[in-house]
Design a protein around this ligand. Structure first.
Ligand code: 2BA
Length: 145
């Protein structure tokens, strides 16, 4: 019986857990790094998605990557923030899932990634699934079964 319940949890849809794209801080490929740093600092997040002009997911940018990219031999070269673009610095290796993915897949991805980007069937950015929302559901599940 418990095995059946566990598989119901893992097979369930992720739709209701997604933070919608309007609420997700993001930057675009051609934004200069100073703009990306501003968004990261203002939002308070460590890393945020990078989108192209057609609202497709291209990668993610983090404060750590930005700082690393302006680290000179003897000093932090702040002037480079305006020369470098998000596309020069972003990470492209990141998990992307579809609206039809299961909670089990999201749970597995969240082990190594604080958030997972979700795209629709046309490849457009729908939103993100965070480790927080995944853990909240697991917590609710174990408290009520
Ligand atoms: P981090 O920025 O490293 O944040 C780690 C956790 O710290 C978040 O986990 C959340 O619990 C808390 N936190 C950080 N900044 C916060 C803020 N401004 N308001 C409320 N809580 C905050 P999660 O919620 O599971 O998020 C996982 C990761 O997803 C975040 O990692 C961030 O990279 C990304 N993320 C979450 N919400 C986002 C949003 N609205 N826009 C862009 N990226 C977001």
């Amino acid at each position: 019986m418990q095995t059946l319940k566990n598989s119901q949890l893992l097979d369930q849809e992720i739709r209701e857990l997604i933070i919608s794209h309007e609420k997700v801080a993001h930057v675009q490929l051609n934004n200069p790094l100073d703009h990306a740093l501003l968004i990261l600092i203002k939002s308070g997040y460590t890393a945020i998605p990078v989108l192209d002009r057609d609202y497709r997911i291209q990668g993610q940018i983090s404060k750590a990557k930005i700082l690393d990219s302006i680290l000179g031999l003897e000093r932090i070269e702040m002037e480079r923030l305006n020369d470098l673009k998000v596309k020069d610095t972003m990470e492209t290796e990141m998990p992307i899932m579809s609206m039809n993915s299961t909670f089990g897949e999201a749970l597995t991805r969240s082990i190594n990634h604080p958030f997972v980007c979700i795209e629709d069937e046309d490849g457009a950015f729908v939103g993100i699934l965070t480790r927080r929302s995944i853990l909240a559901l697991v917590n609710r599940y174990f408290k009520h079964t």
